[in-house]
Design a protein around this ligand. Structure first.
Ligand code: EPU
Length: 421
């Protein structure tokens, strides 16, 4: 198995264009099933998860073709409605196929989804919502056999007890061509969900997102959707990973094609930690270390617009270099501190109790041989290795490749000594 070899403490400097978002591209790729024809998805990242999504689309009868940064998906001849246990287990997003297949085929057979081991990650909200839309669900072991009762999926008023990202996406896909209107109350409103809605609206869907203290999404069912050409949003988590690695090396970077509004909370934290941040022309962000890194007191993960759980491991790695103590409170996933023992191998000082983790920053971390435990935990190890003195090695790269496109090439462009071997 190949490893990432990183010669740490090299100041990163330069400019990069940010890849398309993984968590937006997956539901959008799946949503193409709702159209019959050729969709062109621009800025669609080439990742393990998008490759596996294309494998599923192909098995269902669709044609997929990569042309540089774009993925072309022709859904004209979709004939299948069953996804194998193996393919379902390759990622969490596979469960979103359920809403799309039910809308197109009225029946679907899938299995429990996979995904990073960051918590129990049940699918009870998905199932409960689909049942409220007139879908019959028969669960036998890990197998789910779902059928639309009657002619069409029925619009419904659905209240989510927690604003689950995947559940919101599944409901949207089931609702866009359903009979009547679906209202999702306490909906997730992550930028990736808005991107999915924007793609669907371009295809002819009628969707309204209302953001207030009770976020809701209203979807009026339409007869049919048309394929379209759509440019996927830039990846805010990848952008924040690059910023953190640059900050850990006391460097500077200009990131292009990234929306500051998607990173509001994160930029505020990086600024508080001592980074100078300037935004240009709506979609370029410059970051430079202004003064020695200092700790922010408390970081609590919350659904959007709060601080994203996906960045908790990454900012934690940066906090290990910052003077002072930072308290991390993980409210979304109960098992998302698996990177901590690996960060400790770099000499980081961290204490964990239940969902709370406290880091005490030190000026210098030393190199280490570590293993990625999940996608974002793996990215956190890259941040630590970039800032640490000496040569570090990171194994379990398939986790990192789920979300980061040619990560070594990106950092190489910023002057990092990083190799995959
Ligand atoms: N939950 C339930 N029941 C459900 C669904 C969710 O209890 O039926 C719980 C989960 O166990 C968790 C919480 O609700 O405690 C939030 O889960 P959510 O459904 O919002 O997350 P997800 O859809 O499984 C997506 C992203 C994750 C990201 C979370 C939260 C994708 C493919 N995945 O997961 O991204 O952390 O939302 O923002 O969009 C990553 O990219 O590394 C990643 C894990």
């Amino acid at each position: 198995m190949k490893k990432l070899v990183i010669y740490g403490s090299k100041k990163l400097k330069g400019e990069l264009t940010v890849q398309g978002s993984k968590n937006a591209s997956l539901p959008i790729l799946i949503a193409t099933i709702l159209t019959k024809g050729e969709n062109i998805l621009k800025r669609c990242p080439n990742l393990n998860d998008t490759i596996n999504t294309c494998k599923i689309l192909t098995i269902l009868g669709c044609k997929t073709k990569r042309q540089e940064n774009s993925l072309i998906v022709d859904t004209t001849n979709l004939y299948g409605n069953e996804i194998s246990k193996h393919l379902m287990s390759t990622m969490r997003s596979s469960i979103i196929f359920l809403g799309a297949l039910l809308a197109r085929c009225k029946e679907a057979i899938v299995y429990l989804p996979g995904g990073c081991d960051i918590g129990t990650r049940p699918i009870n909200f998905h199932i409960s919502a689909l049942k409220q839309m007139g879908i019959q669900v028969k669960k036998t072991g890990e197998k789910l056999h779902c059928k639309v009762k009657g002619e069409k999926i029925k619009g419904a008023n659905i209240f989510l007890s927690f604003p689950s990202v995947g559940t919101t996406e599944n409901i949207i896909l089931a609702a866009v061509t359903a009979e009547g209107t679906t209202n999702i109350f306490n909906a997730a409103i992550e930028p990736e969900i808005e991107d999915l809605c924007n793609y669907l609206k371009k295809c002819g869907a009628k969707i309204k997102v209302t953001k207030n203290n009770k976020n809701s999404i209203s979807i009026e069912g339409v007869e049919k959707l048309n394929p379209c050409t759509y440019k996927i949003m830039p990846d805010r988590i990848v952008a924040a990973t690059i910023f953190s690695a640059v900050a850990a090396t006391k460097g500077e970077v200009l990131l292009k094609s990234i929306k500051p509004i998607h990173l509001n909370h994160t930029l505020k934290i990086l600024n508080e930690m001592g980074c100078l941040i300037k935004t240009y022309d709506d979609d370029n962000i410059f970051l430079k270390i202004k003064k020695p890194l200092k700790a922010v007191k408390e970081i609590k993960t919350m659904p959007h617009p709060g601080f994203p759980t996906d960045l908790q491991p990454i900012i934690m790695a940066l906090s290990c270099f910052a003077k002072g103590t930072t308290i991390f409170i993980e409210t979304i996933f109960e098992n998302r501190f698996r990177h901590v023992p690996e960060l400790e191998k770099f000499g980081a000082i961290i204490k964990v109790k239940n969902r709370i983790c406290v880091t005490k920053g030190i000026a210098n971390l030393h190199s280490a041989n570590v293993c990625a435990t999940d996608l974002r935990g793996g990215a956190a190890l890259i941040v630590a290795a970039m800032g640490a003195h000496g040569i570090s090695k990171i194994c379990n790269l398939p986790y990192i490749d789920r979300g980061y496109e040619k990560i070594e090439e990106q950092f190489f462009k910023l002057g990092a000594n990083i190799f995959r071997k």
